[in-house]
Design a protein around this ligand. Structure first.
Ligand code: PEP
Length: 246
């Protein structure tokens, strides 16, 4: 399985930040993996013009609706029109900060597919849930509720992002990551059959140049979703360099 390294810029980036995308393009060469950057929606069209297909671009969220009276929302079709080929849905900062439910995340994934985008559906437990021994059950529940039954390997990737590892510098041990990815694989196969077997499962949470190779070489790792360390091309390139050779 070809890995995917995706960057989530969150609410960071102005026109001047396009220089980082130009540096990424210049440094990428023939990447050993698929590469995706999800800048703020305001930059996608300019980014598409700048990078000219050297790597893919994505949104960080989308509406469940195609168009209409939804002030401030952005549809998947608009992201596609601006140059995106993927969108992150169900990031924990949306689930927690905006009260997004599993059902809403599932509807967003369906809206993404309708527009021709790949959905990257995020799941992950909080620290207290992990401490209570509930991490696997939480991820299982989020997969059951947020991954529509028609998901397939071609239109969906799952990102396992333990909430307590996002932006904190803390990461699970390699054994913990491998165990959770094996568990998520089991859940996907149970829910989706063969399609669940081929679906990429990304790890996200404080991935950086110093830990990327170890994480990306674990079993069942289909790539990484990278927040803070995707903002600088040099760091993101160093993470990509850690990809497992096919
Ligand atoms: C994220 O925002 O999806 C993320 C994983 O952030 P960070 O890499 O900064 O922990």
């Amino acid at each position: 399985m070809r890995q995917l390294v995706a960057g989530n810029w969150k609410m960071n980036g102005l026109a001047a930040s396009l220089s980082e995308l130009n540096a990424l393009k210049a440094g990428l060469g023939s990447a050993p993996c698929d590469v995706l950057v999800c800048p703020p929606a305001t930059l996608i069209a300019q980014a598409a013009w700048a990078v000219k297909g050297a790597f893919a671009l994505g949104g960080q969220d989308c509406s469940t609706q195609v168009s209409g009276a939804f002030t401030g929302d952005i549809s998947a079709q608009m992201l596609k029109d601006a140059g995106a080929s993927a969108v992150i849905v169900g990031h924990s900062e949306r689930r927690q900060g905006h009260g997004e439910s599993d059902a809403l995340v599932a509807a967003k994934a369906s809206a993404a597919w309708e527009a021709g985008l790949t959905a990257i559906i995020c799941v992950g437990e909080t620290e207290s849930q992990r401490d209570a021994g509930k991490a696997e059950a939480i991820c299982q529940g989020q997969i059951a509720g947020s991954v529509p039954k028609s998901a397939c390997a071609a239109n969906t990737a799952i990102a396992y992002e333990p909430v307590w590892a996002i932006g904190t510098g803390k990461t699970p041990t390699s054994a913990e990551i491998a165990a959770m990815h094996a568990h998520i694989r089991k859940c996907l196969v149970a829910a989706l059959g063969e399609e669940g077997r081929g679906m990429r499962i990304l790890y996200g949470g404080s991935v950086k140049p110093s830990n990327a190779a170890e994480i990306l070489n674990l079993p069942e790792i289909g790539g990484a979703l990278v927040g803070g360390a995707s903002l600088k091309a040099s760091d993101f390139l160093a993470i990509i360099a850690g990809v497992k050779p096919l």
